[in-house]
Design a protein around this ligand. Structure first.
Ligand SMILES: [Fe+2]
Length: 306
């Protein structure tokens, strides 16, 4: 089925995406001609109001990344154009997807330097709150960080961890025990990802203050400033044992955030995460959010017939 040009690629209202989902296609093309003028206007407004916030609160790697990607402030980006710049820098590519990517596949994509990217954009009337990712979150929030070598290498290490988790699960003969331990490991990985890649803060070398590098913060007009200045937010030096046991909720501003020193520091934490996984230290993390869904669990169990 073809759709008329400009029909719209608005979150939850995009016929192209609905069709792809019906047909079970996860990896898709970006049908650029389907974006409506309203979609471009949403991008323009989202982008222009973030610029002064980024200048004040985003970390230096993100600012360099935004400059290197040469995003058009007025039009929804073409992934093809983004990738021309991105791929040359770190080998990463934004890869269009039609919806949720189960956890193992998501991490495995990162390992291959592909970033599953949402291509719909939020409605102009809902610029502030969106429970699901959109192209602004993914391209303006995540992808600038992927231009940084140390950060890109960290994402690849996440992918290695997912493989390690699947291998460990495959070696557990008892089905119940396998599922219980794997659920705990996936929960630990999801918490780590949340408190670093999505909501991480970093020490700023030049001022000694803090800046954001987490994409959930960098794509949120309200929360970016809140995360760094509000007295309602607790900010602590990152501690792995805390992060993996700390639940989180996605429907309000985060009250607790963790600070890394650098991306080399972050990379070393992923190494430690994997070492702990091998030692069984992720097998019994504290209960609570996020719940590990069936599709995430299956995605790990199906690797190599585990
Ligand atoms: Fe995200």
């Amino acid at each position: 089925m073809t759709f008329p040009a400009g029909v719209g690629m608005t979150t939850t209202m995009a016929p192209y995406i609905e069709q792809a989902q019906r047909e079970g296609q996860l990896y898709i093309e970006q049908p650029y001609e389907l974006y409506s003028e309203d979609n471009h206007e949403a991008w323009r407004r989202l982008y222009s109001r973030m610029v002064p916030k980024w200048e004040q609160y985003a970390n230096e790697h993100f600012m360099r990344g935004i400059a290197n990607l040469c995003l058009d402030p007025d039009r929804v980006p073409r992934l093809e154009d983004v990738n021309k710049f991105l791929c040359n820098l770190t080998g990463f590519r934004a890869k269009a997807v039609s919806g949720y990517v189960p956890a193992f596949q998501f991490f495995d994509c990162l390992r291959q330097r592909d970033f599953p990217t949402t291509i719909t954009i939020r409605h102009q009337d809902k610029l502030d709150y969106l429970p699901e990712p959109d192209i602004f979150h993914d391209i303006a929030g995540h992808v600038p960080m992927h231009t940084d070598k140390a950060f890109a290498d960290t994402l690849v290490r996440f992918g290695d961890c997912a493989h390690t988790a699947a291998e460990i699960a495959a070696s557990i003969p008892d089905e119940e025990e396998k599922v219980r331990k794997l659920s705990s490991v996936i929960k630990a990985m999801a918490r780590f990802f949340w408190f670093t890649i999505e909501f991480g803060l970093m020490k700023d070398r030049s001022t000694g203050g803090l800046r954001a590098y987490g994409s959930g913060l960098l794509s949120s007009y309200g929360e970016l400033e809140h995360s760094l200045v509000s007295p309602l937010v607790q900010r602590y030096p990152v501690q792995l044992e805390w992060v993996i046991n700390q639940y989180f909720e996605i429907d309000h501003y985060q009250p607790l955030l963790f600070v890394v020193d650098s991306f080399d520091h972050l990379f070393s934490l992923v190494d430690t995460l994997e070492a702990w996984m091998k030692d069984g230290r992720l097998d019994n993390v504290a209960p609570g959010e996020p719940e590990v869904g069936e599709s995430d669990l299956k995605s790990f169990l199906h690797v190599g017939g585990a």
